[in-house]
Ligand binder design. Structure first.
Ligand code: B1M
Length: 214
């Protein structure tokens, strides 16, 4: 039964059908399925398939947009079920965003949801954010952790710029930086002097806890 729903969720993303994606997500919750499993076993493989079809030239930019819209629509149903009922205990304040020049928001938002569900106070500053905007947000919200997402090989460099900007602002010893996103690796994180790296939204929680000393 769960495999059937996961397959349907994946297909709604491949087909770029937000309404069907919402409906499948509602049915999954009604059947008592774990919302995180719906994301990991259904939506994400669907999104990966969209990426493959785009890479092979079978899909075009509008297909990427429609796939993204379908995944976002399903997440509006699944995410409240992820965070619902959790106790609010603030482990650390986090400023989270996607770096300058990069419009990919879905993975970053998922990381934010998981961090929030696990006791972090997350300020999501959105996409296409400059290093200066990350620093301003750190000051404004008193954050001790930055989460910087990058999905393009061309925008990964912006993660390094954030670290440099923290140094220039004299904040480097007060604020830890965690980086992530599909092209980002542990080696890259080490190379740019980031404090932490996470491959996905689940490991981002463990990594953020480590960085927060929690
Ligand atoms: Co774009 N895109 N895209 N795209 N897109 C990719 C990333 C790509 C791999 C597709 C491909 O070619 N196969 C490719 C990048 C190639 C590269 O640089 N290596 C690509 C390209 C080329 C582009 C454009 C340049 C296309 C064009 O215009 N010709 C363009 C760039 C626009 C820009 O940003 N300036 C573009 C645009 C878009 C859309 C805007 C249309 C759309 C995004 C819609 C949206 O976000 N609202 C889009 C989409 C949907 C994708 C794919 C298909 C899916 C991304 C996604 O949402 N995945 C993607 C291919 C792929 O990844 N399979 C692709 C689901 C999400 C849950 O996973 O984001 O990886 P992900 O997040 C994961 C982990 O990475 C990690 O945890 C998340 C959850 O597990 N993670 C973190 C992410 N951030 C983290 C931060 C952390 C820790 C972990 O700590 C802070």
């Amino acid at each position: 039964m769960s495999e059937e729903i996961y397959g349907r969720l994946a297909q709604t993303v491949v087909d770029g059908e937000p309404e069907d994606a919402e409906e499948a997500a509602r049915e999954a919750l009604d059947q008592g399925l774990d919302p995180l499993a719906c994301i990991n076993e259904g939506l994400t493989p669907g999104m990966d398939r969209v990426g493959e079809l785009f890479a092979t030239g079978d899909y075009y930019l509008p297909d990427l947009i429609m796939g993204g819209d379908a995944m976002k629509a399903a997440l509006t149903i699944l995410e409240p079920a992820l965070t619902g009922g959790q106790e609010r205990q603030i482990l650390a304040r986090v400023v989270l965003g996607t770096v300058e020049g990069d419009l990919h928001e879905i993975g970053k938002t998922l990381v934010g949801t998981m961090l929030t569900a696990n006791g972090f106070q997350v300020t999501d500053i959105g996409v296409d954010k400059t290093a200066a905007e990350f620093i301003d947000a750190v000051r404004e919200f008193g954050a001790t952790l930055i989460g910087a997402s990058a999905l393009l090989t061309t925008t990964m460099l912006q993660q390094q710029k954030i670290i440099e900007a923290l140094e220039e602002a004299g904040l480097r010893d007060q604020v830890k930086v965690m980086v992530g996103g599909a092209p980002v690796t542990e080696i890259w994180a080490e190379q740019i002097g980031a404090d932490g790296y996470a491959e996905d939204a689940i490991s981002a929680v463990a990594e953020a806890k480590r960085l927060a000393g929690a």
